[in-house]
Design a protein. Structure first.
Length: 466
């Protein structure tokens, strides 16, 4: 019997169904169904024989799902109904008892929490692997000078290792954000029912223990309406993808003939259909392009949840496709970034030539004047005048005469030319976190320590499609 007197319009049925994408939750749905069945037996809803039958049936369902032989039907609205329908076909009427004391509202919240927790842990592991690749790259180029940039203009000289390590710390922050997602999925929604709880003395903490949750959500209304953890994952993914886009953008620039700083390996490049000489850093370009895709998923789900009244609304079905695509996109980008960095080669001579531009030592000359008692704003003006005179006369700073120096400031003497010695530009940045070689070595050691103590978080190994 049904409450409705008319069948669903086929267009509405298509709009309403989620089985085409939420079947990805199947391993998690089976896992939580096992835990729920065991809890029902402890609560006296099932006897031992019924529990054994349900668990055996769920094993068969899992085998069919993993082998690809699971018989999905056109009438399967979602993965929860598909699993329950198939279970009942296998074990008979007792399959209908499995839905006692739960609703699809708390069921889907639990499945999505399990999925999100699992993939947040996987993302942390992927980030740690990428960080290791960054460290290895930095160590191979620890003392290679290059120009650092602001506004894409040469600014101050740094070591290539120092520049590369900036990405290590970006990815470290990303890992922390995904670890927060693990915390956000620590409490079990199941047992909240449709929104108000259930009419049985269920043991939610037993189910939580079975599924690896730390506890249970204390409010049933919040349990079924909460998707903060999905937003948390998407927000972390957005920032992480943005960091990868910056890495990709730099590799694209540095690979150009205009820069000529590096070359990606053939395994991470492609050619042109018409220009045979071309070697395009397409992997790096796609790292740039994937970031707004991930960010759009975050914005879209934030829009879905914005102003949504409590508790569950069908709008929330839109969480999955945004989450699934972001998970897959980010995993692919992290793997690509790691592979690309492992095979990239840098051109030391080209980097060194760009770093030898004396104009990028202007700040060091200003600091020389400061050490001699000239206020920084005044020294800044003095050096700006020196730069202007050198540029207008087509000379390097070191080609200015002693008389020209004295005309700009009587605090300048022969040490001016010593400051323009390239290695001194780099080694003068001795502040903690600076580019002086000793500080870079400290940073490398610190980074190694960070990776060494980063424990790989436990995760539910359920999703077979990732």
């Amino acid at each position: 019997m049904s409450r409705f007197s008319q069948p669903q319009d086929p267009i509405f049925a298509q709009l309403n169904a989620s089985i085409s994408f939420d079947r990805r939750l199947a391993p998690y749905d089976v896992a939580q169904s096992r835990a729920h069945a065991r809890m029902l037996e402890r609560a006296g809803v099932l006897d031992e024989e019924e529990l054994a039958s349900l668990l055996g049936g769920l094993d068969s369902v899992q085998e069919e799902l993993e082998s690809g032989s699971f018989p999905f039907l056109p009438d399967d609205e979602d993965i929860h109904m598909a699993v329950e329908r198939r279970l009942t076909e296998i074990v008979g009427a007792v399959g209908g008892k499995l839905h006692t004391a739960r609703s699809r509202n708390d069921q889907v919240a639990t499945d999505v929490a399990l999925f999100t927790r699992d993939h947040a842990a996987r993302t942390v592991a992927d980030l740690r692997a990428l960080q290791a690749a960054v460290l290895e790259l930095a160590e191979r180029h620890i003392d290679w000078p290059m120009p650092g940039y602001t506004h894409l203009q040469r600014a101050q000289p740094i070591y290539l290792a120092h520049h590369v390590l900036a990405y290590f710390w970006m990815f470290e922050r990303d890992a922390r954000r995904f670890e927060h997602v693990l915390e956000a999925t620590a409490l079990l929604p199941l047992g909240a029912g449709a929104l108000a709880g259930v009419n049985f003395a269920t043991d939610r903490r037993f189910v939580a223990e079975q599924l690896g949750f730390e506890g249970v959500m204390p409010n049933s209304v919040d349990a079924v309406s909460n998707r903060d953890f999905v937003l948390d994952y998407l927000a972390a993914a957005t920032t992480c993808a943005t960091h990868l886009s910056r890495l990709g953008a730099e590799i694209v620039l540095w690979s150009s003939e205009e820069f000529g700083f590096c070359e990606v390996s053939d395994a991470w490049a492609s050619g042109s259909s018409i220009m045979p000489q071309k070697k395009n850093p397409d992997a790096a370009e796609l790292l740039r392009a994937k970031a707004p895709r991930v960010a759009a998923h975050f914005a879209a789900l934030a829009g879905v949840m914005h102003g949504l009244p409590l508790t569950y609304n069908k709008d929330m079905q839109e969480d999955k496709e945004h989450l699934f695509d972001a998970v897959d996109t980010l995993a692919l980008c992290l793997a690509a970034a790691r592979g690309m960095l492992t095979g990239i080669s840098f051109r030391q001579e080209r980097l060194a030539a760009a770093a030898s531009d004396e104009l990028i030592a202007a700040t060091d000359v200003a600091d020389l004047l400061v050490r001699r008692g000239v206020p920084f704003r005044q020294s800044h003006g003095v050096v700006a005048g020196l730069v202007r005179e050198a540029v207008q006369s087509g000379r390097k700073l070191s080609e200015l005469t002693r008389e020209e120096l004295e005309r700009h400031s009587d605090a300048l003497d022969g040490e001016f030319y010593e400051v323009l010695s390239q290695r001194s530009w780099l080694e003068s940045k001795v502040s903690e976190g600076g580019t002086a070689l000793a500080r870079v070595r400290e940073q490398l050691a610190y980074a190694h320590d960070k990776l060494a103590v980063a424990a790989a978080p436990a995760r539910f190994n359920g999703d077979q499609s990732a």
